[in-house]
Design a protein around this ligand. Structure first.
Ligand SMILES: *[C@@H]1O[C@H](CO)[C@@H](O)[C@H](O)[C@H]1NC(C)=O
Ligand SMILES: *[C@@H]1O[C@H](CO)[C@@H](O)[C@H](O)[C@H]1NC(C)=O
Ligand SMILES: *[C@@H]1O[C@H](CO)[C@@H](O)[C@H](O)[C@H]1NC(C)=O
Ligand SMILES: *[C@@H]1O[C@H](CO)[C@@H](O)[C@H](O)[C@H]1NC(C)=O
Ligand SMILES: *[C@@H]1O[C@H](CO)[C@@H](O)[C@H](O)[C@H]1NC(C)=O
Ligand SMILES: *[C@@H]1O[C@H](CO)[C@@H](O)[C@H](O)[C@H]1NC(C)=O
Ligand SMILES: *[C@@H]1O[C@H](CO)[C@@H](O)[C@H](O)[C@H]1NC(C)=O
Ligand SMILES: *[C@@H]1O[C@H](CO)[C@@H](O)[C@H](O)[C@H]1NC(C)=O
Ligand SMILES: *[C@@H]1O[C@H](CO)[C@@H](O)[C@H](O)[C@H]1NC(C)=O
Ligand SMILES: *[C@@H]1O[C@H](CO)[C@@H](O)[C@H](O)[C@H]1NC(C)=O
Ligand SMILES: *[C@@H]1O[C@H](CO)[C@@H](O)[C@H](O)[C@H]1NC(C)=O
Length: 737
């Protein structure tokens, strides 16, 4: 059973995980700013960038959607250790008042360094510019000189006439640029009013004398390449403490100290995250560089990091063409080959036999799983979830957007409750209908399982005393479930909580008990696949405005295949309601629900909690407290004062007896839910009759005869008299068979 569910979850998770963007360590990290992707080790909030150095802390300007490293705009980040920024052109203009036009500025690159892919460039006539690297134990300068007395010819080259370029010292973190005009002929200032000095990535600046000497200010920014790496040690020095993830390799930075990471061949993704490198499926990828070269895609099989071309039986692979060729018939090579051949053949046959046996076993297993999966409605759910199923689908698939809208962005004021399983929000759909939306806690995969389980279970049930599932949403990281909205709180709140009130009379309580019992009986025996709720408690019983009970929270429930009486599961439930036998043996069967129901019935009778820690040891547990009161013949002392009156003592006694039977230690001794429901229903029926005819009549209840669901549906006609009821009942026995 768990295997079946497992299969299903795996499918769901594979679906979900392919959707994830794997650039950042946590899904809460921003992965884009404008059109620049931000990938670890870079990040824009604490916990998202590599903590080794603040340089990796970028900022995203929300208004302009531009990414910044310090005050420099980032335009591209590569895994191989390059960061492209935009840097402004610096310039100074001709000044007639004095003759020392000087340009001067200093730039600091935090812990990143200037790449030698950049060119230091000066534009202007009769200008020289130089750049000094200020870090390290020695200052290092380089520069160039540009001369002209008229506009040079257009040739796109920056060759010393109006424009000069020189390579830059790599590894500089801090540098100063100075530029100066040394000849101040006014004739020059006409066609060259300003001079410029800037860094630019090689090949990204084409000098155009007529435009650029006149006005380069129009182009304000040029791309500049910076080098980055992790830490200051080599791969050998960091050893296995490098941050490079699985299927990636550590490479010493070629441009500076420290190292960079790279996904291994056949893998793709972010090598700086533990699980960042993903296998490339060469058989299906569309990028030509990674694509398989098998002659036919149908023979391609993807493996971790590679692919193989495999030929069908009777064919061989031709290594030069990677195509399949029909096998050649073996030639006769003498007796040695025959002996060798036969022994090899023998072992091959043995091997094949073992393989085949294994395969058959596997297939059987898979078929069994498939069988269970389909039997339990998994296929139907899958169909429903994918939306490809028949059109009578009642589990609607909601989009993430509509869910967000319905809950007003998961607003806090919309929270209806927070339980072990997650948070329940009040949602308003576009057609202004009110729904309850349940959302699992983030990052708890066991809860996701329970969610899917609940969809699986609820899609099997259609009962008016079960809260109905309207739909679900699988687009979000954690699935959301959408239910009908039940507005009057839980039975637990009514009995013990904030909205506890005296309006819950014995008649209400008895009806609620009948409804719950009938629902459980239905789940156990009438639903298309038997279901054990596993977490029956007053907190899971919702009440609507007519105080009709609605059983909720099927997260822990189990579908029981027809041919199995009981299952072994991890013990799950709520203290105080948990069947002691199940707790001890781990064997789950429907009698566990009977026990929990008994406790609920006791709560209805006494108005006390299932487990009360304020009480002395022996009476902490309501079951013990109640049972001992029964034994000592002082039942009426423990009954809730609100329900007790002259006329209902006999019913209360009867209900108490049922409650005690339900909570017997041995599951075998407990009645079945169907019998419980019938007995409680009988109490209700005689009561109605009693009031109507004002005389008392002992009811004759045949424990095995009543179709509970149908009888309770007949509740209204019961005033027609005892005999007619009997007739109705008999009728239903026949209908039920
Ligand atoms: C990251 O940088 C921003 C802006 O420079 C700064 O406000 C923030 O404090 C930095 N974060 C950390 C953890 O240093
Ligand atoms: C974002 O950019 C705008 C326009 O350049 C600027 O006015 C604003 O101050 C910037 N915001 C931050 C947080 O840097
Ligand atoms: C981002 O988009 C703008 C306009 O859409 C484009 O000019 C710019 O080159 C893009 N930047 C990058 C890094 O792709
Ligand atoms: C960043 O640069 C890499 C390598 O130069 C290139 O493949 C990639 O498309 C660039 N990304 C953007 C957004 O420009
Ligand atoms: C020359 O002009 C610049 C800017 O126009 C000014 O900052 C500087 O003080 C001037 N120098 C002299 C010596 O007048
Ligand atoms: C490098 O230049 C700066 C600024 O001119 C100066 O303060 C520093 O002493 C120089 N360093 C060396 C090692 O010469
Ligand atoms: C850009 O250059 C053109 C001439 O090419 C000029 O008319 C315009 O004023 C310049 N714009 C700025 C902002 O300098
Ligand atoms: C800064 O970079 C240098 C190499 O350029 C390296 O030795 C040093 O460890 C780095 N500092 C940090 C804190 O990463
Ligand atoms: C790293 O390697 C050392 C020995 O080479 C080993 O003792 C240590 O457990 C390894 N650490 C990790 C995290 O693998
Ligand atoms: C593989 O195919 C090529 C081209 O069709 C052919 O020339 C070659 O003989 C084949 N190799 C083998 C081992 O059959
Ligand atoms: C197919 O690609 C592999 C490498 O991926 C190469 O070794 C092999 O020679 C190629 N075969 C053909 C037939 O192109």
């Amino acid at each position: 059973m768990n295997m079946v569910h497992g299969l299903f979850f795996v499918a769901i998770f594979i679906l979900a995980s392919t959707k994830l963007v794997m650039g950042q360590p946590s899904p809460t990290c921003q992965t884009k700013c404008g059109n620049v992707s931000i990938e670890f080790p870079f990040g824009i909030s604490a916990g998202c960038y590599y903590a080794g150095h603040d340089s990796f802390n970028l900022t995203c300007n929300k208004t302009t959607n531009e990414l910044f490293f310090g005050n420099m705009q980032v335009i591209n980040i590569s895994h191989s250790g390059e960061l492209r920024i935009l840097k402004s052109t610096s310039f100074t203009c001709y000044n007639s008042k004095n003759n020392t036009d000087v340009l001067f500025y200093t730039t600091t690159l935090s812990n990143f360094t200037l790449s030698n892919k950049n060119r230091f460039t000066a534009v202007g006539c009769n200008t020289y510019a130089f750049m000094t690297t200020l870090d390290g134990d020695r200052n290092y300068s380089t520069g160039c000189l540009s001369l002209c007395d008229s506009t040079p010819k257009e040739n796109g080259l920056c060759s010393g006439e109006g424009c000069c370029q020189t390579s830059v010292p790599k590894r500089s973190k801090r540098f100063r640029i100075r530029s100066r005009r040394f000849d101040r002929e006014t004739s020059v200032s006409d066609f060259n009013p300003c001079f410029y000095a800037f860094l630019v990535e090689e090949g990204r600046f084409n000098f155009s004398p007529s435009q650029d000497l006149q006005n380069l200010r129009n182009v304000t920014k040029f791309p500049v390449v910076l080098d980055w790496s992790i830490g200051g040690q080599t791969c050998q020095q960091v050893g296995n403490t490098s941050i490079c993830g699985h299927n990636s390799v550590c490479l010493d930075s070629t441009t500076r100290a420290g190292y960079n990471c790279k996904c291994k061949d056949g893998y793709d993704g972010n090598p700086y995250l533990p699980e960042g490198c993903r296998d490339i499926d060469e058989c299906t990828t569309s990028t030509t560089i990674h694509r398989h070269n098998c002659s036919d895609s149908s023979t391609c099989i993807n493996t971790m990091g590679h692919f193989v071309c495999s030929c069908p039986f009777g064919f061989d692979l031709n290594a030069t063409t990677n195509g399949c060729m029909r096998k050649l018939k073996p030639e006769n090579h003498g007796w040695i080959q025959i002996v060798l051949g036969t022994s090899v053949g023998f072992f091959a046959i043995l091997l094949v036999a073992i393989c085949v046996q294994q395969k058959i076993k596997q297939r059987k297993n898979i078929e069994l799983r498939k069988h269970f999966f389909e039997k339990n409605g998994g296929g139907m759910l899958r169909q429903r979830l994918s939306g490809a199923g028949p059109s009578n689908v009642d589990v609607k698939i909601f989009t993430e957007e509509s869910m967000k809208k319905a809950t007003n962005g998961y607003e806090e004021s919309r929270i209806l409750g927070q339980g072990g399983q997650g948070t329940v929000y009040k949602g308003i759909l576009p057609d202004s209908s009110v729904v309850a939306i349940k959302k699992a806690r983030l990052g708890d995969s066991s809860q996701v399982e329970q969610f899917i389980n609940e969809v699986l279970v609820l899609s099997q049930i259609n009962h008016r005393n079960v809260v109905s599932l309207l739909g679900c949403c699988l687009e979000t990281e954690v699935p959301l479930l959408v239910y009908e909205f039940i507005n009057s709180g839980t039975l637990h709140d009514r009995l013990h909580g904030s909205i506890s009130d005296s309006s819950l009379t014995w008649e209400h309580r008895l009806r609620i008990a009948v409804e719950i019992a009938g629902t459980l009986a239905y789940l156990h025996s009438s639903a298309s696949i038997p279901i054990i709720h596993r977490d029956v408690k007053t907190a899971n019983i919702l009440l609507d405005e007519n105080l009709t009970a609605k059983v909720a929270d099927f997260g822990a429930s189990r579908l029981i295949p027809m041919d199995k009486e009981q299952l072994t599961t991890m013990v799950q439930g709520t203290l105080g309601y948990l069947d002691p036998e199940y707790y001890n043996t781990g064997l789950l069967n429907e009698k566990s629900d009977v026990y929990s129901f008994g406790v609920v019935l006791m709560e209805l009778l006494t108005g006390q909690k299932a487990l009360c820690f304020e009480k002395p040891q022996q009476s902490k547990h309501l079951v013990n407290y109640f049972a001992s009161a029964m034994k000592e013949n002082r039942l009426l002392e423990v009954i809730d004062g609100q329900v007790l009156n002259e006329s209902n003592q006999r019913e209360i006694h009867e209900a108490a007896r049922i409650a005690v039977e339900c909570t017997r230690l041995m599951g075998e001794e407990r009645p079945r839910m169907k019998e419980v429901a019938a007995q409680l229903e009988a109490l209700r029926v005689t009561k109605t009759k009693h009031e109507w005819s004002d005389q008392y009549n002992e009811p004759e209840v045949n424990e095995h005869l009543v179709g509970v669901e149908m009888l309770s549906a007949q509740g209204d006609t019961s005033s027609a008299g005892y005999d007619s009821i009997k007739n109705v009942t008999n009728l239903h026995i026949e209908a039920g068979r």
